[in-house]
Design a protein around this ligand. Structure first.
Ligand code: CO
Length: 507
């Protein structure tokens, strides 16, 4: 009797979760299409369709039906009989349901419509360097964020609520300390590099590179990394991204520029890192809400590990120089793996985050983090953003944008309401360096295998230690399990200091 009832409960719960996953897959496919192949005319209608299906998924998540099932499953007599995976899953689902139930459906729907519109307005504002056009929309979005965190309730800093959505368990207390450390170490290092006057030559990267051949190189590197093209595909979009439709379909996109060789290659490797994560989650988690990355920071650790610690290493260029030079003989005449490595790693403060080198990149993130935190806490208002942005750019990077399109309007995140997301990128750098340190201790001939383009032992390590677990562990728990200590930015700083000391011959 008892077991039958439990089976009925878990089945009913499983089919609701599956239904929600199907809605999410529909939305993902609509979004993928919108950003890759859909004609311009599709935008309005598609945004509405996405709004409708997203609201269905939201209503399902917050439904009395799911709530009833979860409440039953969480009763001690039932809970104890669940598999360890289901135990974590029901707790997580209940937590999410409780949070989202606090948002009235009408408010949620209105917000979805607002952000769909805001993204289109932001694009126009960015193109015309017209912050005032975007300002009223951003004000509404910020107001929604402030309202929601009051509804959710918070401990400590209000911004913790937003952080927690992307990095469960992360707080401003921890982040302030990590970011202060990175800032204190990075700013003088960048100055030191600039003082050497040792401007690395990247001329070879600015020659015309045919798109078809670039595509071939991207496919080659993805294949060597272990990306499974039978369960994914590579397409082109304005902003590269990775999207999981279901367990057998994890797609990525890249963006080719004929006159900047670095763009497509590193976008492909970066998105490849995200895609490998999603392709290697244990199938045991497939039908649960745990089938995804542990957090956005851990996700970024995977993309940034492949992009920077593999893709921008000297060993990588010892392996990848030959296939590149075979395709682009004329462009690379008179160059070597070593000169290519140096060109790729040129340090130069840039106005644009996505064009930043791996050292100055974190300064772009810290600036955004500080602004978001002040904005959410009411220390500054939306109208202050252009001024505050430009001041901080000058303080941290020594350059000042002349147009808002290259400044405060450059990123899509705020127009889609993604407050609390930016720290994930720098957390990714920090986690990646910490994981890499561990990998070097455990994988034999770590440098040699990279030089040979044999990434299998690396992918196996990542799969076993990180990918396979999906959302089973919270990020802090995962980092502790994998590295034996809590998050520590020391390894990232060690890594960059070491690397750039050699490249720029600093003393
Ligand atoms: Co990424």
């Amino acid at each position: 009797m008892e077991t039958d009832r439990l089976t009925d409960l878990t089945e009913a719960y499983g089919s609701l979760i599956k239904k929600r996953k199907h809605y999410i897959e529909a939305v993902a496919l609509m979004q993928w299409d919108l950003q890759t192949n859909a004609p311009r005319g599709a935008v309005q209608g598609r945004s509405e369709a996405i709004g409708t299906i997203s609201t269905e998924a939201f209503m399902l998540l917050t439904s009395d039906e799911l709530d009833g099932l979860l409440t039953e499953l969480l009763k001690i007599e039932n809970y104890e009989s669940l598999s360890p995976v289901l135990q974590v899953a029901v707790k997580e689902d209940k937590r999410e349901l409780e949070r989202y139930r606090k948002i009235p459906t009408d408010k949620y729907r209105a917000y979805k419509t607002l952000t769909a519109k805001a993204q289109a307005v932001w694009q126009e504002a960015k193109m015309n360097n017209d912050f005032q056009l975007f300002q009223p929309y951003l004000e509404e979005i910020v107001q929604y964020q402030r309202d929601v965190l009051e509804l959710f309730g918070y401990k400590g800093d209000k911004y913790n609520v937003l952080l927690d959505q992307y990095e469960p368990g992360m707080t401003t207390e921890i982040l302030d300390e990590i970011f202060q450390y990175i800032k204190d170490k990075t700013i003088p290092l960048v100055k030191k590099i600039q003082l050497t006057g040792n401007r690395l030559n990247e001329e070879m990267l600015l020659k015309p590179y045919g798109v078809e051949k670039q595509k071939e190189l991207s496919r080659r590197v993805l294949q060597d990394m272990g990306y499974d093209f039978n369960r994914g595909r590579m397409d082109v979009s304005a902003h590269p991204f990775t999207i999981k439709l279901n367990s057998g379909d994890v797609r990525l996109t890249t963006h080719f520029s004929e006159h900047y060789f670095k763009n497509a290659l590193y976008a492909s490797i970066h998105e490849g890192g995200h895609a490998l994560y999603e392709q290697n989650i244990s199938h045991e988690l497939k039908d649960t809400s745990l089938f995804g990355g542990a957090s956005m920071g851990i996700h970024e650790s995977q993309s940034r590990y492949w992009e920077n610690m593999i893709g921008r290493s000297l060993e990588f260029w010892k392996y990848f120089y030959t296939p590149t030079a075979e395709l682009f003989k004329e462009n690379l005449m008179g160059t070597t793996a070593e000169t290519m490595y140096k060109a790729i790693n040129k340090i130069q403060p840039s106005l644009i985050r996505i064009l930043a080198d791996e050292l100055t990149y974190n300064l772009h993130i810290i600036l955004r983090y500080e602004i978001e935190k002040d904005l959410i806490n009411g220390m500054i208002e939306v109208a202050d953003l252009p001024r505050v942005w430009n001041e901080k750019m000058e303080d941290y990077l020594g350059i000042r944008p002349e147009k808002d399109g290259e400044g405060v309007l450059q990123d899509v995140h705020w127009s889609s309401g993604m407050f609390g997301y930016f720290p994930s990128y720098s957390l990714g750098n920090v986690y990646a360096a910490q994981f890499a340190k561990k990998m070097k201790e455990t994988i034999a001939n770590y440098e040699d295998i990279i030089e040979k383009g044999n990434f299998k032992p690396i992918l196996n390590w990542l799969r076993e230690n990180i990918h396979s677990h999906g959302k089973l562990y919270k990020p802090a728990e995962l980092v502790q399990r994998v590295t034996g200590e809590a998050i520590n930015p020391k390894y990232f700083i060690e890594y960059v200091e070491n690397k750039y000391q050699k490249i720029y011959q600093l003393d």
